[in-house]
Design a protein around this ligand. Sequence first.
Ligand SMILES: [Ca+2]
Ligand SMILES: [Ca+2]
Length: 164
Amino acid sequence: MCIAGLCEEDLCANVDCDDGNDCTVDSCDPSNGTCVSILICEDIDPPALTAFDIVPQSVDLTGGPAEVTFTWSLTDPSGIGANAIEMESPTAGQFIGCSPTLLSGDQFDGVWTCTDTFDQGAEGGVWEVSTLRFSDSLGNDARFFGADLELLGFPGYVDVTYGP
Ligand SMILES: [Ca+2]
Ligand SMILES: [Ca+2]
């Protein structure tokens, strides 16, 4: 821009300050070209679980170990903080679990996935999701068990078998 014949470079000309977060108002500071985000929401809610799946929901360990993949979708205006899943065997106190990475989207609206393995010799029977736990970046957290997931119409269990 030019003022009184003196021209300055527009430091904000090619700066996109949109951080994808609806809870912030974003602008560019023309004095130095850096982004400024002002929080406009008070976020007291944990992330919203909008989808959850386990593939497969039945594994036969007769021939060896079997992988199981968890995929779920979370939205939160403050972004995701912690995020993890664990399954527990019917009686033997065995666990599998993993911490997901982003499959698509971003920390405000994204699909998360991770894979773990049932070792051959793992206890047979119905394994339950013992913890699906996540929080936003402010620490608002939620925890789901298998029964909670089933109530929402999502799978909460994996059937571990050794032959038919
Ligand atoms: Ca924003
Ligand atoms: Ca939140």
